[in-house]
Design a protein around this ligand. Structure first.
Ligand SMILES: NC(=O)c1ccc[n+]([C@@H]2O[C@H](COP(=O)([O-])OP(=O)(O)OC[C@H]3O[C@@H](n4cnc5c(N)ncnc54)[C@H](OP(=O)(O)O)[C@@H]3O)[C@@H](O)[C@H]2O)c1
Length: 257
């Protein structure tokens, strides 16, 4: 049996690009998203092109026991997955107080609770085996507060903080954990979040998801704790630590209004 990588949110955007890179390197894949049809097409294509096995689980990962289902689906196919990529996530633009409560709750459930559960479930066999790699997709948003997308930014701060903490706990175990912190990229994210994309693109140059995934994949394989792809994003992640917090939140608000 070959090595297996489990990827959430693999039906498009970064997740699809991660899947392509891993399949190209000979990994069998377990792909999860809500769009089963898209996943099945991807599976067929990768199996033919790369000669790997691709297993598909159609699942809404914001559901309460989704992580357990993913874990048992993956371990039935390979008891010791080498790689877990917690990528699925979404944002929602607008006032927190006026936002749809159901949607906001699903965001926390998907971006944080399921990510936390999957990380814990997969870590245990990885530690026992003395090897494994986890990539958590955070964001440049992890480094700052985000008025107009306050909850999304908070969910990504959680991802970065959890990942950094665990990276120290995991020292010496043979298992590594990496937070990937991309800036705005050309995926389905902006549309799903109902963001004013035209204004954002005046400020940022949207990067291609393939480049972001490559940078994340390299950081994962090197066992780096944090990767901020792109020079501007890196400078922003450093800059916000030097500026007064009150100024940072004003600036982000101006960008996002
Ligand atoms: N694009 C950016 O500008 C940007 C920047 C920084 C960080 N990020 C982060 O990058 C990650 C990937 O997003 P993306 O930019 O690639 O956006 P995307 O193109 O919208 O892809 C999101 C992926 O997550 C899946 N997904 C969404 N909700 C789900 C649910 N409830 N259950 C299962 N799967 C679900 C989607 O598949 P289905 O719709 O088929 O379920 C899709 O495969 C997210 O965590 C996002 O927060 C994005």
């Amino acid at each position: 049996m070959g090595m297996t990588a489990v990827i959430t949110g693999a039906s498009g955007g970064f997740g699809y690009e991660f899947a392509k890179l891993l399949a190209g390197d000979g990994y069998d894949l377990v792909l999860i998203a809500r769009s089963g049809d898209k996943l099945k097409k991807i599976a067929k294509n990768f199996e033919r092109r790369y000669g790997v096995a691709v297993y598909v689980l159609e699942k809404d990962l914001s559901e309460r026991d989704a992580a357990l289902e993913v874990f048992s689906f993956a371990t039935e196919r390979d008891p010791s997955s080498e790689i877990l990529i917690n990528n699925a996530g979404f944002g929602d633009y607008g006032s927190f107080a006026e936002g749809d409560y159901e949607k906001l709750t699903q965001m926390v459930d998907l971006n944080d609770r399921t990510l936390m559960q999957l990380t814990r479930l997969f870590l245990q066999p990885m530690i026992a085996a003395g090897k494994g790699r986890i990539l958590n997709v955070a964001s440049i948003a992890s480094f700052m507060p985000g008025p107009q997308m306050a909850l999304y930014y908070a969910t990504k701060a959680f991802v970065l903080s959890l990942t950094e903490g665990l990276s120290e706990e995991l020292r010496g175990t043979g298992v590594t954990i990496t937070a990937l912190c991309p800036g705005p990229a050309d995926t389905g994210f902006v549309k799903r979040a109902n963001m004013p994309g035209a204004r954002l693109s005046d400020i940022f140059r949207f990067t291609k998801p393939s480049g972001v995934a490559k940078a994340g994949y390299r950081a994962l394989m090197k066992g780096r704790t944090i990767k901020v792809p792109g020079v501007l994003n890196f400078l922003a992640s450093v800059g916000v630590r030097l500026l007064p917090r009150r100024l940072v939140r004003r600036i982000v608000y101006r960008f996002q209004r």
